[in-house]
Design a protein around this ligand. Structure first.
Ligand SMILES: Cc1ncc(COP(=O)(O)O)c(C=O)c1O
Length: 399
């Protein structure tokens, strides 16, 4: 079996001696892609699946419009989005969708911002520093949730369903008031297609193709409840809105956006890829099938953590543990420098070709983050676990 040298500054001498006792696992994941975005493509993906893409054609031609509309309506079907909700394909991925919602709708009443990891914190920065709104900001440390029971639903509430960089999700939507006066804006990019989203509680929901379905980046989706449409048609913000944020004209919703007449030019290759992923999702049993796949993947890691005392889920409460972006921390007393150690483990696994891109997000606590969304095969997560053990022990010996 091939062994790799550790760079001399990391104590190669000691490492080599100890490594003779560490046997590498026999099985490697068939697909080592465990990135939290862009995420692994569907297991059946090959480039020739995109042969039907309307390349070189106008997205306003009948074929382009038909494909964009199919992307919208198949999304509705799989996610169970109510018929009276509007679904649009918008520029700039999930970020574009969240920001167009906040820029278009906030400022009409008080705002509460919930944040417990870096993406939620980014939306707080938008609202406080860019829109300069005097929002109530409720935060929690990585691993926890803010106190959801004390959220004031007389205000608009902005939150992330699944905090991708801490692996903490809201357990359900029960904390969201049915009779709320404000609207809810939910960044659900690492939740849609992997978790149950209660549409009656969500006025604006956003996600991107590059996440749970392993689609291509650059396009976002925005889902609007009738209350969100009402806000758009009754409120004009005090600040200027760039064209790519504008969902209304003359005080009326631009209906075309929600049947596939995109604000600007989409990639028809990315659209085709999304349609292929949606087809695969249907073949896997739709939303229930995708949730089951993500749950099974996450369970393999949860069980591994239960069986090993040197690693733990970053999410404190079991009910808040993500089934997509599973974040892990090392808890062994022998570790000298947590950040150096975690990076070295991730690097070792990448060098062996068994796990790509599983280092914790740059702003998150040191550790690992393993994507468990439905495009990942459970057998690959299972094959990865013994490698975690191997890399951990190798790095303990090497430090
Ligand atoms: C919770 C959350 N929000 C927003 C984003 C940004 O998504 P995008 O790069 O698709 O705009 C991400 C990406 O990882 C995310 O996980």
């Amino acid at each position: 079996m091939r062994r790799r040298d550790t760079p001399p500054q990391r104590g190669a001498y000691i490492w080599k001696d100890t490594m003779t006792d560490l046997v590498q696992p026999a099985t490697r994941p068939a697909n080592p892609r465990f990135s939290s975005g862009p995420c692994a493509k569907i297991p059946t993906f090959t480039l020739d699946k995109l042969n039907d893409a309307a390349l070189g054609r106008s997205h306003r031609a009948a074929i382009g419009k038909q494909k964009l509309k199919a992307a919208i309506e198949t999304t509705r079907e799989i996610l169970g989005i109510p018929a009276d909700y509007k679904i649009g394909i918008v520029p700039a991925s999930d970020t574009g969708a969240v920001e167009m919602a906040m820029w278009s709708m906030l400022g009409a009443r008080g705002v509460t911002m919930l944040a417990w990891e870096s993406f939620g914190s980014g939306w707080v920065t938008d609202v406080a520093k860019q829109l300069k709104l005097d929002a109530t900001v409720m935060t929690a440390d990585y691993g926890q949730l803010p106190d959801l029971a004390s959220v004031d639903f007389a205000t608009d509430v902005v939150f992330t369903w699944n905090g991708t960089t801490s692996g903490v999700r809201v357990p359900n939507g029960d904390w969201i008031a049915d009779d709320r006066e404000g609207i809810t804006i939910c960044d659900a990019t690492s939740a849609a297609f992997a978790m149950d989203l209660p549409w009656d509680k969500l006025d604006v929901t956003t996600f991107s193709w590059q996440k749970v379905l392993g689609g291509e980046a650059a396009h976002g989706m925005i889902v609007l409840s009738p209350r969100a449409v009402e806000r758009l048609e009754s409120y004009t913000p005090a600040w200027p809105l760039p064209k790519i944020f504008r969902m209304t004209k003359g005080g009326k919703l631009i209906d075309g956006i929600f049947v596939g007449e995109t604000i600007n030019t989409p990639s028809m290759l990315a659209v085709e890829d999304y349609l292929v992923a949606l087809d695969w999702a249907k073949s896997e049993g739709g939303l229930a099938g995708l949730i089951a796949r993500a749950d099974a993947n996450a369970k393999v890691i949860h069980d591994f953590c239960d069986a090993h005392d040197w690693i733990a889920n970053l999410a404190d409460e079991p009910a808040t543990r993500s089934n997509t972006s599973v974040c892990l921390k090392f808890t062994d007393d022998r570790i000298k420098d947590g950040a150096v150690f975690a990076k070295a483990v991730a690097k070792r696994l990448e060098a062996e070709g068994v796990a790509l891109d599983i280092g914790a997000y740059r702003d998150a606590p040191a550790g690992l983050r393993i994507w468990c969304g439905g495009t990942v095969d459970t057998s690959d997560i299972e094959a990865l676990m013994p490698w975690l053990d191997w890399a951990f022990n190798a790095e303990i010996a090497a430090q």
